[in-house]
Design a protein around this ligand. Structure first.
Ligand code: G4P
Length: 528
C-alpha cells in the first residue's frame, strides 16, 4: 500500500472511555470535543441542565432516566491526528453494548474518581480490556474536590486492576486549593485557570518546579511540598515505557478536573502521540492489516432511532482496512451479496453527515434495512469473517405475551429484528410456542417494550418464567447432538440467530446436564 495511505491511517486514534458511573465520563467527553474544536460551547453533550438536545443521548428513555444507553461515535481533529471517540453506555444493564464497543477500539481511556478510587464497573470493564490487552490511559478526576491520597489511589489501581502506573502529571493541591498539574517528564508547571470551564483554557506554563517564577506564583511552602511529594512519587511508581503501555501492562496516569476543564489537554497531547494507530484485526481466514488497500470492516453495534424524525436504524461499522468511498460496492460476506452503499454517515462531533470517504480506524454508519446483524463483515470481494465480537449468555428472562393476539406476526418480526440488533436476545423453545426474551440487564426489557410499541405498534406484556441462564450448545458428533436434542428437548430453544440453546431452570439443572452430557459444549458466549 502507498506510504501516503499508511501515514494517513497512522494518524487515526480510535478509543473508548471506561469508568464507573459518575466518575466524569460525560464531562470529559464534552471537554475533549471542546479541545478538538468540535463543539463551541461546553454543555452540549449532556442536555440535562441546558435543555439542549444531547449529543450522546438519543432515545427518549435515556433522557427521561438521565442515563446513557446508546453508543455514539464522535470524531474530531487534534494536532495532526483524527481522533475517534466511541461512547459507551455507562449503565450496567447495557454492558453487552459496552463490551462489543470495546472490540472496535484500539485503546481506552480509564476515568477514575479521585475521591472514590477503583469502583466495581471499572473492574469489570478492565477485565474486558484485558482479554485483548488493550492499551489504557488513566485520568484521575475531580481534583477540584477534597479527594483521596493520590499515591494510595495509584496503589489501588496497581493491586486491584493489576496494571503498573506511570504518573505523567501530578496534581498541585486539591479542592479549593487546586493550582494545576506538574509534568514529571518536562519539569513544567501547568497552571489551573479557573472560570474557563466552557472554553479552550489558556495554556499557562512555568518551566521548572524550583524556578523563581514557580515560587512566586505558588509560594515557597507549596513548591517545597510538591518537590518532596514528586520525589516520593518517582520512587514509588514506574517510569513510563511505551512498549509496556502498548502491551496493556502499564498505564500512563494524568490528573485534573473535567468539570473545571483542566488537565485534559495535558493528557490529550500525550494521548495523540502514544495511543496506538489502528491495529491489525483477526478474521477466521487471516490477519487484516490496517493499511491494506482493499476495504474491510465489521459491525459492532446497531442503533435504532438515532434520529427520531427518520425512525431509522444505523449499523456502526469499524473500518479495518482500505477506504470507504461513497457509492462503493461492498460484499456482505454472511449473506454472500454485494451491496452498493451510497449513504453511509459519519459522526463529526456527533452531528451526522453523509460521508464521501472514510479510512481504516474510522467508524461509519450504514443504514440498516434489516439485513445487517452485529458481527457482520463487509469486504471488497474477499471471503472474510472478523472474529472476537461476542454475545453474552443472558441472566434474566421473561415470557412475552401479546395484548392483542392478532398481532403475532408484528411481534415476531419486531423481536427478531431487535434481537439481531443486540437489544435483547430471543429464544423460541423447541417444544412450545413461547417467545422468551433474555437480557443481561433489566432495563433492556423496558427498551424492547417501548420500541415494540413505537416501531412495530405492538403492545406486549412480560410474564415471569423459570429460566435462570442459557448456554449455546455445540458438539462435533452429529449423532450425539441429535440424541441430546431429543432427550433434552424440554430445555432446548432456538435463538434469534438460529442457534441451538439450552435454557436452564436453575444453576443446578445446568451443572447436572453438563455432567450428564460431557461430549456437548455449553458456551456462555457466542461469537458471530
Ligand atoms: P459519568 O458520565 O461518568 O456518569 O459522569 P458525569 O460526567 O455525568 O459526571 C458525574 C457528576 O460528576 C456530574 O455531577 C458532574 O458534573 C460531576 N463531575 C464531573 N467531573 C467533575 C470534576 O472534575 N469535579 C467535580 N467536582 N465534579 C465533577 P452531577 O451533579 O451528578 O450532574 P450534573 O447535574 O452536573 O450533570
Amino acid at each position: 500500500m502507498s506510504s501516503a495511505f499508511s501515514a494517513e491511517v497512522g494518524n487515526r486514534r480510535t478509543f473508548g472511555i471506561i469508568s464507573h458511573p459518575d466518575a466524569g465520563k460525560t464531562t470529559i467527553t464534552e471537554k475533549l470535543l471542546l479541545l478538538g474544536n468540535a463543539i463551541q460551547l461546553a454543555g452540549t453533550v449532556k442536555g440535562k441542565k441546558t435543555g439542549r438536545m444531547a449529543t450522546s443521548d438519543w432515545m427518549q428513555m435515556e433522557q427521561d432516566r438521565g442515563i446513557s444507553i446508546t453508543t455514539s461515535v464522535m470524531q474530531f481533529p487534534y494536532k495532526d491526528r483524527m481522533v475517534n471517540l466511541l461512547d459507551t453506555p455507562g449503565h450496567e444493564d447495557f454492558s453487552e453494548d459496552t463490551y462489543r464497543t470495546l472490540t472496535a477500539v484500539d485503546s481506552v481511556l480509564m476515568v477514575i474518581d479521585g475521591a472514590k478510587g477503583v469502583e466495581d464497573r471499572t473492574i469489570k470493564l478492565m477485565d474486558v480490556c484485558r482479554l485483548r490487552d488493550t492499551p489504557i490511559f488513566t485520568f484521575i478526576n475531580k481534583m477540584d474536590r477534597e479527594v483521596r491520597d493520590h499515591i494510595e489511589v495509584l496503589d489501588e489501581i496497581e493491586t486491584v486492576l493489576k496494571i503498573k502506573c506511570a504518573p505523567v502529571t501530578w496534581p498541585i493541591g486539591m479542592g479549593k486549593a487546586f493550582r494545576g498539574v506538574y509534568n514529571l517528564y518536562t519539569d513544567t508547571v501547568h497552571l489551573f485557570q479557573p472560570g474557563q470551564a466552557s472554553v479552550v483554557p489558556d495554556d499557562v506554563q512555568i518551566k521548572g518546579i524550583d524556578s523563581a517564577e514557580a515560587r512566586a506564583e505558588l509560594g515557597d511552602e507549596l513548591v517545597d511540598e510538591l518537590i518532596d511529594e514528586v520525589e516520593l512519587v518517582r520512587g514509588a511508581s514506574y517510569e513510563f515505557d511505551l512498549q509496556q503501555y502498548l502491551d496493556g501492562e502499564m498505564t500512563p496516569v494524568f490528573f485534573g478536573t473535567a468539570l473545571a476543564n483542566f488537565g485534559i489537554r495535558e493528557m490529550l497531547n500525550y494521548f495523540v502521540d502514544w495511543a496506538p494507530a489502528p491495529i491489525e484485526r483477526e478474521t477466521k481466514e487471516r490477519t487484516v492489516k490496517p493499511d491494506e488497500e482493499k476495504f474491510s470492516g465489521f459491525i459492532f453495534k446497531i442503533q435504532a432511532n438515532m434520529d427520531p424524525k427518520h425512525r431509522d436504524r444505523i449499523a456502526f461499522m469499524r473500518i479495518c482496512s482500505g477506504t470507504y468511498t461513497k457509492g462503493m460496492k461492498m460484499k456482505h460476506t454472511r449473506i454472500g451479496k454485494d451491496i452498493k452503499v451510497a449513504d453511509a454517515v459519519t459522526f463529526l462531533a456527533g452531528d451526522r453527515s453523509n460521508v464521501e470517504e472514510a479510512i481504516s480506524g474510522e467508524i461509519i454508519g450504514l443504514h440498516n434495512h434489516g439485513t445487517i446483524q452485529i458481527g457482520d463483515t463487509f469486504t471488497q470481494g474477499e471471503e472474510l469473517q472478523f472474529t472476537g465480537i461476542p454475545h453474552f449468555a443472558p441472566e434474566l428472562f421473561r415470557r412475552v405475551r401479546l395484548k392483542d393476539p392478532l398481532k403475532m406476526k408484528q411481534l415476531q418480526k419486531g423481536l427478531q429484528q431487535l434481537s439481531e440488533e443486540g437489544a435483547t436476545q430471543l429464544f423460541m423453545p423447541l417444544n412450545n410456542n413461547d417467545l422468551i426474551l433474555g437480557a443481561v440487564g433489566v432495563l433492556q426489557f423496558d427498551v424492547v417494550q417501548q420500541r415494540l410499541r413505537d416501531e412495530y405498534k405492538v403492545e406486549c406484556i412480560y410474564e415471569p418464567i423459570s429460566v435462570t441462564t442459557a448456554r449455546w450448545v455445540a458438539c462435533d458428533d452429529e449423532r450425539k447432538l441429535e440424541e441430546f436434542r431429543k432427550k433434552a428437548s424440554e430445555n432446548l430453544a432456538i435463538d434469534g440467530g438460529g442457534h441451538l440453546t439450552y435454557i436452564a431452570t436453575s444453576r443446578v439443572n445446568l451443572s447436572l446436564t453438563e455432567e450428564r452430557w460431557p461430549e456437548i459444549a455449553f458456551r456462555a458466549t457466542r461469537e458471530h
